[in-house]
Write a new protein. Structure first.
Length: 331
């Protein structure tokens, strides 16, 4: 079969060039190729594939939300012999028909980091408890505010995505505000939230969103961000406006650069997740499936830890030295 080509989904043989012809073929499809989180996930999958004697194919969308790019990558990988697909879905609903076609052909499909909607559209999910990740930074921010009235900016992912909604709503709950439960894919609202904007998890978009929120609400004192690239954009906007000292930022990811930003005081606290662990678990499951036909099922929590520069009474967290040792599961 002739493989489709797409600038959005350059298909790379990332591991196993010297592997036997019958080596298990596993595909990894991330949301983007540039977000540090997904770069690290790909690195973990490459390492695991090499260790297990598997061949890894990788692809991605052009940007977060590029479902068409992910569908093309999946079709290419299956045509190239992949019997397992690991995917971080950009569009939790739109990707489902492609997943259904893959599973009908006997392909094992595992979601990493981000669930589909509904979650059982894939065989299994290996991911952070994103609602808990949001709760942890919400709890931290609540204690750190020490009773001061909050004027909150929330820089989200984009509407309707489970990861974005779970982190957003978890933060609200952790802060003690009304919040939808973890099953909702709709972002909750509260009177204390003075501005909500979509950052798509991107630094430049996060900076623009923060600038726009500052124009409307210059007295903001707390910023929640979907991830650390968005937090970096928010911090840059605040610093340019001369407000970086009076506004607290909390975030999610716990990447090595993000931990450095916590240590530098740019971010007050972040919920650390472990993409290397997700990727390695996915590759291990794919190799097991190739050998025995056994499939994983359901949700596996890959862990989350609150990392903060300042330890607060009543809030369990690790300091940035430990965060640096553990960032994204590098040990």
């Amino acid at each position: 079969m002739l493989l489709k080509t797409s600038l959005a989904t350059a298909l790379l043989v990332a591991a196993g060039t010297a592997a036997a012809a019958d080596a298990p073929v596993i595909g990894l499809i991330t949301k983007t190729e540039t977000n540090p989180f997904f770069v690290k996930m790909k690195e973990g999958a490459q390492q695991a594939a090499q260790a297990k004697g598997a061949k890894l194919l990788s692809g991605a969308g052009k940007a977060d939300g590029d479902n068409a790019g992910q569908v093309t990558a999946m079709e290419n990988m299956i045509a190239a012999g992949a019997k397992t697909i690991l995917i971080t879905p950009s569009d939790a609903k739109a990707i489902i028909p492609a997943i259904q076609k893959a599973r009908a052909k006997g392909v094992l499909v595992i979601a990493l980091d981000s669930p589909t909607d509904p979650a059982d559209a894939t065989d299994a999910l290996f991911a952070t408890d994103n609602y808990k990740a949001g709760e942890l930074i919400g709890q931290y921010a609540k204690v750190a505010m020490a009773g001061k009235p909050a004027k909150i900016v929330m820089l989200d992912l984009f509407p309707g995505h489970p990861v974005g909604a779970q982190r957003h709503n978890g933060f609200l709950k952790g802060f003690g505000l009304p919040a939808p439960d973890a099953k909702s894919n709709e972002n909750g609202k509260a009177a204390e939230v003075v501005c909500m904007a979509d950052s798509f998890g991107d630094q430049a978009k996060g900076q623009t969103a923060m600038e726009n929120c500052l124009q409307k609400n210059p007295d903001v004192n707390l910023v929640y961000t979907i991830n650390e690239p968005a937090a970096a954009g928010a911090y840059k906007a605040l610093k340019t406006a001369g407000k970086d000292q009076g506004v607290m930022i909390v975030s999610v990811d716990g990447g090595c650069q993000g931990v450095k930003d916590v240590a530098a005081g740019h971010i007050a606290a972040t919920s650390q997740q472990y993409p290397l662990r997700m990727a390695a678990m996915g590759v291990d499951a794919g190799v097991e499936y190739a050998k025995t036909g056994k499939k994983p099922s359901g949700y596996t929590d890959t862990g989350v830890t609150l990392i903060a520069a300042k330890q607060l009474s009543g809030v369990t967290s690790k300091d940035t030295s430990i965060g640096g040792e553990l960032c994204w599961g590098k040990k």
